[in-house]
Design a protein around this ligand. Structure first.
Ligand SMILES: Nc1ncnc2c1ncn2[C@@H]1O[C@H](COP(=O)(O)OP(=O)(O)OP(=O)(O)O)[C@@H](O)[C@H]1O
Ligand SMILES: [Mg+2]
Length: 284
């Protein structure tokens, strides 16, 4: 399914949270990356019909987001913050959400869906006993309960340990084979390891949209490694966007972003996705 966003702007009072966003994405998993306050949740809530836009249009194939009932049939949404009834079991929670979306699921179907998110062994556990990662996985099962064509997940990996993050990411990659998945995150690694295409929001503006590969390429020539005397360290920190610094005795090893070569001994180095992200956010 194709999602098309045209000239989308959102104001909260006089504060402009989204500024003229134009964006199209198709089947597969698409990343939405940006720092805190960039507007990711605002965009996702508008895409999910939970928040009205100030101006602009959004279409899912030919269906406008104004057609809330139809859009809600098409999409599954996992919010950034959510909670379940603490006294419900995992099984009861999924059963409850299925009935809310008018789905009659047999016991076997519910257990199959729990198996898909690797929670089958915990079907009798109360939701209050689940870890953060288990809750996210149950949240994904709930978002998928109506068999949506589009899955929108807001920061599903935030606060998870590396093993759970990998599990959630792999689950989403799998889903991206048959659905359109929009994954919002502020963790660059999540995008590098699961998405082919991504959009970057910063202060309500779209600062990049395209493939991960092209984004990295666009920052070639901007990343430098150099060694400086410790007494010059502060000066470099003030003048440049320093990505990393390792202090070693009276020397410091810096990796920084710059259009021009920052010093004679600086060596141009291949950008990582994180370097490219920082360059776009810092507008180097
Ligand atoms: N209901 C609201 N009323 C007023 N301002 C809001 C409201 N919701 C969000 N904002 C502001 O809009 C901007 C974007 O917020 P949003 O939650 O969309 O960002 P985000 O990219 O999801 O951030 P995070 O990574 O912290 O979740 C922020 O400056 C925020 O303070
Ligand atoms: Mg958010």
């Amino acid at each position: 399914m194709k999602i098309e966003i045209r000239e989308l702007t959102k104001y909260y009072g006089s504060y402009r949270a989204l500024d003229n966003i134009n964006l199209i994405f198709n089947e597969g998993i698409h990343g939405l990356l940006g720092p805190n306050g960039a507007g990711k949740t605002t965009l996702i809530r508008i895409l999910s019909t939970l928040l009205p836009q100030t101006s602009g249009q959004i279409c899912y194939d030919s269906t406008s987001v104004a057609d809330k009932r139809e859009i809600r049939r098409i999409i599954g949404y996992l919010p950034q913050e959510f909670s379940f009834y603490p006294g419900f079991t995992v099984y009861e929670t999924l059963d409850y959400f299925a009935s809310l979306s008018n789905k009659k699921l047999s016991k076997k179907e519910i257990l199959d869906r729990l198996e898909a998110v690797n929670l089958q062994d915990l079907w009798k556990a109360k939701t209050k006993t689940l870890s953060g990662g288990m809750k996210r996985r149950l949240g994904i099962a709930v978002a998928l309960v109506g068999e949506p064509e589009v899955l929108i997940v807001d920061e599903p990996t935030a606060g998870l340990d590396p093993e759970e993050r990998i599990r959630v990411r792999n689950m989403l990659s799998q889903l991206g084979k048959t659905k359109t998945v929009l994954l919002s995150t502020h963790i660059v690694e999540d995008i590098a390891l699961s998405c082919k295409s991504l959009s970057i929001l910063n202060k309500g503006r779209l600062v990049y949209n395209g493939t991960v590969k092209d984004m990295v390429k666009s920052s070639e020539g901007y990343v430098w490694d150099l060694t400086v005397d410790f007494k010059e360290y502060e000066g470099y920190m003030d003048k440049y966007n320093v990505i990393s610094s390792i202090v070693d005795g009276d020397k410091a090893l810096l990796r920084l972003l710059s259009k021009e070569k920052p010093s004679l001994n600086a060596v141009s180095t291949s950008p990582t996705l994180e370097d490219a992200y920082m360059r776009l956010i810092k507008d180097v």
